[in-house]
Design a protein around this ligand. Sequence first.
Ligand SMILES: [Zn+2]
Length: 111
Amino acid sequence: MGSEAVYLFYTELNRESPRDLAHSPTSGVHVAVTVLASLFLLLILFVAVVGFKAVIKQGKSPEEMNLEKCSLCGQKMNKASLVERQVGDYKLLYFCATCINNLHNELITKN
Ligand SMILES: [Zn+2]
């Protein structure tokens, strides 16, 4: 009789132990941990996919690499038809034929 009570007490203790709760598939703690882990994994996957797409987007096509905006009118043109000028150490300016003509005309009419 005495040993039976101890056994019952022991199993009761075991059932309530955190280790048991975490390993029981029906336990709420276990489900919460699983859901959190899955969400965390999904978040990591999401960030990885978004980062990968951003890297792919940065890689321009060869045709796009040759295109440059005119610094005055903003028109996108092939680099070959633009005049390139460097301002300072880093800023590159591009001028299209139309804008250069306009600048030239402006200078002529001024003088
Ligand atoms: Zn222009």
